[in-house]
Every structure is written in structure tokens, then in C-alpha cells.
Design a protein around this ligand. Structure first.
Ligand code: NAD
Length: 494
């Protein structure tokens, strides 16, 4: 049964959505409208103006003024207090934000409440704690001391300045919060560019930031298609680009940032993440957890596994168990609290996944699913396919959807080759009861994160990012500080 929409959500949908600049809604002069579509029904629920270069210019200029003015006056302690206040407001407005997110992304309302909203508050409080703990080092230089002079040196960590934060559609609130939390705690200001598919929750968040007491201009939002992101990157006032999205766009973003006066850039991109189920694994437990990790939010999670390598002795048992588990998933509206599997987030993505299904069907590779669901909206079945061999293209292309491709392996040497046979290296997992085997495999796997007996879960204390074509830089832990600050060295003769 559908939950009822809050009156505040219905009112918010009806607004003329555009940008948020200098502490208030700012309506672009653009006449180009983008429809925001509910993937659960296929109906347009809101309208958005595609920002113009002058909107981007205004947002960056205001972010720059706040960086040098109001935000520079706020002490590190007070920055932490303000971020904690914003986390409190995210929780207080949790249902409203969750409904806005579910309506535009098709994410289950349970996931929106507990992950998108719940984890946004958790991550923001983590970042808030760093504001008072960012510091440099002291050193003793060994210059000659001819007249008895001495030397001392130290380093300062200074905020880079205005950060352009470009966000994808799969977890727009949470990924937006990751970027603004890192920027604000280090003393930077931010211009957020949400995905054109999911612009609503970050616009509401920017309003809550003003209510929390964060000065006008510190958080700005510009909305529109990729062109708006491009204009942001090329703006001379932007000192760092933090991008999360697909590999082809990420490569273009990286090149544009380098061309624009070597603007600092971090890239969190896609993957074709591998999971390895070893011969000694507890199959019942592993399959239940693997299905949860791989098919959450219909597989539209960058960290989720899409390649499953199973020891040959278990392949029949594992595929049987997977099919039994997938067939039990309740497909339904994301606004239905009892549904376990909802729609894909947009029509373009639906078409991409249906194309992938066609190729799997032609190759006779489908073990389960690979069909569209006959209802309004963008629903497909959770899908399991078998690879024809290690060179099968379906084993190598990221779907970013509810599609797992399985292949048997015989020994550990072959397993490592299979897992690393990808241009990507975001995440991986090993499922085993033998700790020695896991510890031997971990250093051989080319991935930014390796889980053992779990997959997909991220935590603010643990750095996250990719190797190879999955990106540059790390979020979370203390690793993010390097990317949002410049290191200044000071040397003193006395
Ligand atoms: P996308 O690359 O199409 O778009 C991402 C963002 O970039 C959007 O806001 C888009 O408007 C903007 N954009 C598009 N073209 C641009 C350009 N030329 N210059 C600047 N900005 C531009 O990605 P998507 O389809 O929104 O998201 C799905 C992809 O994101 C998947 O590949 C997924 O693996 C990846 N992803 C990675 C992570 C991670 O942390 N590694 C997290 C989530 C999603």
C-alpha cells in the first residue's frame, strides 16, 4: 500500500524549480524546462529550469564572496556546530526529504528513510567532528647555522576555495552531503550541481542549511543538464571539482578541469565490481547477503557487485539458491513500504538495461529475469546471467542495474586473474570461512575497497574511492582532507 505524501512535499513539487544562490531560491531567466519524472509511474511530477552561464557565474561569485567573507569568519568549532545543526534538521525533515528522493529516483521509501536521509545525518556529523582536528606538522630544517641562527618550519592546511560538487542520480542527497560536508568542514564553500533527474532533495537541503545558520553563499545549487556542470568546471572561480558519475563523463570532467588552469579534481566513477565465493563459503548465508548487496536500489549503486565468480564445486548450488531468492523479491512501487524491488531511475537507463537483456537473451545466457515488468513506470526483473567465458563482453560492461553475471573458477590463481581482468577497480568482495585465504587474496585484488563476507556497505570512518578507471582520490576517513585543502609550508629563520 502506498504511503500518503506529506502536504509539504506536494507543495514543494508544485514550485517553479531552478537554482539556490546566496541563501535564497534564484529563478533562472532560462525558458528551457526539464521535467522531473517519477520512475514509479512514468509521470512528470515537477519542472526544473535548465540553468544558464549567468546563473553559474552568479553562484560561483557568491560562493567566492562567502569563502573570503562570512565563512572565513566562522571558527572551526562553530563550523562543526553548524554542520551538526544541519544534520539535526535533516533528521527533523527526514520524511519530507525521503519522499522527495523516492519520487524522483524510484528508490524504495525504506531506503530513502534509512540510507539516503539517515546516513546523510550520520556522515554530516562525522565531517562536523573533523572541523576542529585539521592541522599541519612542525619540522626542523638542517640549513647551515653560520652566525648562530636557527630555523623552524611548519605546515598549514588551507581550504582550497570554491568547490564544484557534481552529483549523480542514484543517491543524490547522500552523495551531495558527502561533498558539502567535506567542503564545509575544511573551510571551503560549495556550488552543488545535482543530476537533472533528481534535483529536488538538494534544493530542499540548501534551504535547511540557511535555517541551520550556515551563512548565505556557503552552499549554492545550480540545476540543469551536463552543460551546467561543464560551465562550472570551466569557471575561473572554481578551485576544485569533486565529481561522482560515470566513467566517460568523469574522463571528460578530468580533462576539462586540467585545461581550466589545473583545477584540482577528484573523480568517483563506476565499476564492474567482482565478488568471489570460495569453496568453503557458507552458501546460504553468502547468497542471502550477496543478493541484498547486489540488487539494493535495483543495482544502481556504484559499489554493488556485478560479477560473481563461484568455485566450480558450488556453481549449481549457488545459482539455484540465487534464483530461489530472486523469485521471492516483491516487486512494487517505491512508495509501498512492503515492496522490496522497485523501478529503474529513468527512461534512458531502462532502455540501456533492456538492450543488455536482449544481448543476454540472444546468447542464451539468462538464468533468471531479463524481462520488463508489465506496469507503468520503469520496472524490470532482477536478473542473473551466466558468462560464456572470461572474454564475454557482458562480464565486462558496467550495467549499473539489477544484473549479475556469474562464472565458475577452479583455483585461486585463476580467480585473481578473473577479478583483475577489468579496466575498473572500485570494490570487490571475498566470501569464505578461511581467514588465511582471505588475507592471501586481499593484497592481490585491484580495488579501492575489499570486503570479506559482505559487500557494498560504506562507513564515514573508512576511505572510499577507486583504482584504475574507477577514479582518483578518496572520500571519508581522514583521506578527504588532502583533497579539500592545500598544504602551505612556512620556514622561519631566527
Ligand atoms: P553521469 O556521468 O551521466 O552524470 C553525473 C553528473 O554529471 C550529473 O549531474 C550530470 O548532469 C553531470 N554531467 C554530465 N555531463 C557533464 C559534463 N560534460 N561536465 C560536467 N558535468 C556533467 O552519471 P549518472 O548517470 O548520473 O550516474 C551513474 C554513474 O555514476 C554510474 O556509472 C555509477 O557507477 C557512477 N557512480 C559512482 C559512484 C562512486 O562513488 N564511485 C557513486 C555513484 C554513482
Amino acid at each position: 500500500m502506498h504511503i500518503a505524501l506529506l502536504p509539504s512535499v506536494v507543495a514543494f513539487l508544485g514550485r517553479d524549480h531552478s537554482n539556490f544562490i546566496d541563501g535564497a531560491a534564484h529563478t533562472s531567466a532560462s525558458t528551457q524546462r526539464i521535467g522531473v519524472v517519477d520512475p514509479g509511474t512514468g509521470e512528470t511530477i515537477a519542472h526544473l529550469r535548465d540553468a544558464q552561464a549567468e546563473d553559474v557565474n552568479l553562484a560561483v561569485n557568491n560562493a567566492n564572496a562567502a569563502f573570503k567573507g562570512a565563512w572565513a569568519q566562522v571558527t572551526p568549532y562553530q563550523r562543526g556546530v553548524l554542520l551538526n545543526r544541519l544534520a539535526d534538521l535533516i533528521e527533523a525533515h527526514g520524511e519530507e526529504l525521503a519522499q522527495l528522493e523516492t519520487l524522483s529516483s524510484g528508490k524504495s521509501i525504506n531506503l530513502s528513510r534509512h540510507i539516503e536521509v539517515g546516513q546523510s545525518a550520520v556522515f554530516l556529523r562525522y565531517f562536523a567532528g573533523w572541523a576542529t582536528k585539521i592541522g599541519g606538522q612542525t619540522m626542523s630544517p638542517s640549513f647551515p647555522s653560520l652566525d648562530g641562527e636557527q630555523y623552524s618550519a611548519y605546515t598549514l592546511r588551507e581550504p582550497v576555495g570554491v568547490v564544484a560538487a557534481i552529483v549523480p542520480w542514484n543517491f543524490s542527497l547522500m552523495i551531495g552531503v558527502w561533498k558539502l560536508g567535506a567542503a564545509l568542514t575544511t573551510g571551503c564553500t560549495v556550488v552543488l550541481k545535482p543530476s537533472e533527474y533528481t534535483p529536488l532533495s538538494l534544493l530542499r537541503l540548501a534551504e535547511l542549511a540557511i535555517e541551520a545558520g550556515i551563512p548565505a553563499g556557503v552552499i549554492n545549487v545550480v540545476n540543469g543538464r551536463g552543460q551546467v556542470g561543464q560551465q562550472l568546471i570551466e569557471h575561473p572561480g572554481v578551485r576544485k571539482v569533486s565529481f561522482t558519475g560515470s566513467v566517460p563523463t568523469g574522463i571528460a570532467v578530468g580533462k576539462a578541469a586540467m585545461a581550466a588552469d589545473l583545477t584540482r579534481v577528484t573523480l568517483e566513477l563506476g565499476g564492474k565490481n567482482a565478488a568471489a565465493l570460495l569453496a568453503d563459503a557458507n552458501v546460504d548465508d553468502a547468497v542471502a547477503r550477496f543478493v541484498q548487496s547486489a540488487y539494493v536500489h535495483q543495482g544502481q549503486v556504484c559499489a554493488s557487485p556485478e560479477r560473481l565468480f563461484v568455485h566450480r564445486s558450488l556453481i549449481g548450488h549457488v545459482t539455484q539458491k540465487m534464483v530461489a531468492t530472486l523469485s521471492q523479491l516483491v516487486i512494487g512501487s517505491p512508495l509501498d513500504e512492503h515492496a522490496q524491488f522497485g523501478p529503474l531511475s529513468n527512461k534512458a537507463h531502462l532502455d540501456k538495461i533492456l538492450g543488455f537483456f536482449d544481448r543476454a537473451l540472444q546468447g542464451n545466457q539468462v538464468v533468471y529475469g531479463a524481462r520488463a515488468v508489465d506496469r507503468a513506470g520503469y520496472y524490470v526483473e532482477p536478473t542473473l546471467i551466466v558468462a560464456t567465458g572470461r572474454d564475454d563482453p557482458l562480464l565486462h560492461e558496467e550495467t549499473f542495474g539489477p544484473v549479475v553475471c556469474v562464472l565458475a573458477f577452479d583455483d585461486e590463481e585463476e580467480l585473481v586473474e578473473l577479478m583483475n581482468d577489468s579496466p575498473f577497480g572500485l570494490t570487490a568482495s571475498i566470501w569464505t570461512n578461511d581467514l588465511s585465504k582471505a588475507l592471501r587474496l586481499i593484497p592481490q585484488i585491484e580495488a579501492g575497497t575489499v570486503w570479506v563476507n559482505m559487500h557494498t556497505f560504506v562507513d564515514p570512518s573508512v576511505p572510499f574511492g577507486g583504482v584504475k578507471a574507477s577514479g582518483i582520490g578518496r572520500e571519508f576517513g581522514s583521506a578527504f582532507i588532502d583533497d579539500y585543502t592545500e598544504l602551505k609550508s612556512v620556514i622561519i629563520r631566527y
